[in-house]
Write a protein that binds this ligand. Structure first.
Ligand code: NAD
Length: 239
C-alpha cells in the first residue's frame, strides 16, 4: 500500500483521531512558521524572536514587544486552509475527538473545530493585567504603542510567552485526549518547543502518523511518515 492508501485505511476505520499540530498547519493560510527557511527565525531583528517573545521582555520593553507582535504575529485576514477544514469535517463526522495545537491564530475554530486545546493561547483573547477585563483582537489592532485598558492597566495577549507556564487544564485535557486516541496525527510542527513536544509520548496506540514538510526528531517513532504539505495530504477530507 502507498502512504496515502495506508492513511486512508487508518482514518476510515478510526473513531477517536487526535490531531496535534503546529505552525506548519497555518503556512498554507499565509502565516509564516518559525523554523522554515523563510520563517521568522531566519529574519534579522535587534533581538532574537525568543527574546522578544519572552515574559521578561514583555515587561521590560512592552512597546518594542508590541511593535514586533503587531507586525509579525497578527494575521487578522488569514482564512482556514484545507488542513483546518478537513480536521473540522472529521470532527463533525464523529471520527476526530480533539485538535491539540501550538498555534495562536484561532484558525481551527474559524474552520468549525469545537474541541481545540490551544497549548499556547490565542491572539483573540487579551486581558488587562490590572483589572482582568477582556478585550478582542481588534483592540490590539486598532491601538498604537502599548494598548491600555479603560482602567489604565496594560493589556496583555493571552498567549504563552517564553518563560511562562502552560495552562494546567489545557495541558491535562490535551494529555487525556492523546492518551485515548486510536490514531494520532502529528503535523506541521518541528517538535522542538517544550513541553508541548513531549505530548506525543502520551499516545498509547500503534497508529502514530507524522505529516511534515521536513524531517523531525520523531520520524523514527512514527508508524507512518509522510513528508509533504498537510493541506495536500488531508485534502480529500476537505469536502
Ligand atoms: P515550527 O516553525 O518550529 O515548525 C513548523 C514545521 O512545520 C516545520 O518543520 C516545517 O517544515 C513544517 N511545515 C511548514 N509548512 C508545512 C505544511 N504546509 N505542511 C506540513 N508541514 C509544514 O513550528 P512549531 O513546531 O509549531 O513551533 C513554533 C511555535 O511558534 C509554536 O509554539 C507556536 O505557538 C508558534 N507559532 C504559531 C504560529 C501560528 O499561530 N500560526 C505561527 C508561527 C509560530
Amino acid at each position: 500500500m502507498t502512504e496515502k492508501e495506508t492513511l486512508r485505511t487508518w482514518l476510515d476505520s478510526a473513531e477517536r483521531i487526535v490531531f496535534f499540530g503546529g505552525a506548519g498547519v497555518s503556512t498554507e493560510s499565509g502565516i509564516p512558521d518559525f523554523r522554515s527557511t523563510d520563517g521568522l527565525y531566519h529574519q534579522k531583528y535587534d533581538y532574537p524572536p525568543e527574546t522578544i517573545l519572552s515574559h521578561s521582555f514583555f515587561l521590560s520593553h512592552t512597546e518594542e514587544f508590541y511593535r514586533f507582535y503587531r507586525d509579525k504575529m497578527l494575521y487578522p485576514d488569514a482564512k482556514p486552509g484545507p488542513a483546518h477544514r478537513a480536521l473540522a469535517r472529521l470532527e463533525e463526522a464523529g471520527k476526530l475527538s480533539a485538535v491539540v495545537t501550538q498555534n495562536i491564530d484561532g484558525l481551527h475554530q474559524a474552520a468549525g473545530s469545537k474541541q481545540v486545546f490551544e497549548l499556547h493561547g490565542s491572539v483573540h483573547r487579551n486581558y488587562c493585567m490590572r483589572c482582568h477585563k477582556a478585550y478582542p483582537l481588534s483592540r490590539i489592532l486598532e491601538t498604537e504603542g502599548v494598548p491600555r485598558c479603560s482602567c489604565g492597566g496594560i493589556i496583555k495577549p493571552d498567549v504563552v510567552l517564553y518563560e511562562e507556564a502552560l495552562d494546567d487544564d489545557v495541558m491535562r485535557g490535551a494529555m487525556r485526549a492523546i492518551r485515548h486516541a486510536d490514531v494520532l496525527i502529528v503535523g506541521g510542527t518541528s517538535l522542538t518547543v517544550w513541553p508541548a513536544a513531549g505530548l506525543i509520548h502520551y499516545y498509547q496506540g500503534n497508529r502514530l502518523i507524522l505529516v511534515n514538510l521536513t524531517k523531525t526528531e520523531a520520524d523514527g517513532r512514527a508508524d507512518l511518515v509522510i513528508h509533504g504539505k498537510l493541506g495536500e495530504v488531508l485534502r480529500e477530507w476537505d469536502t
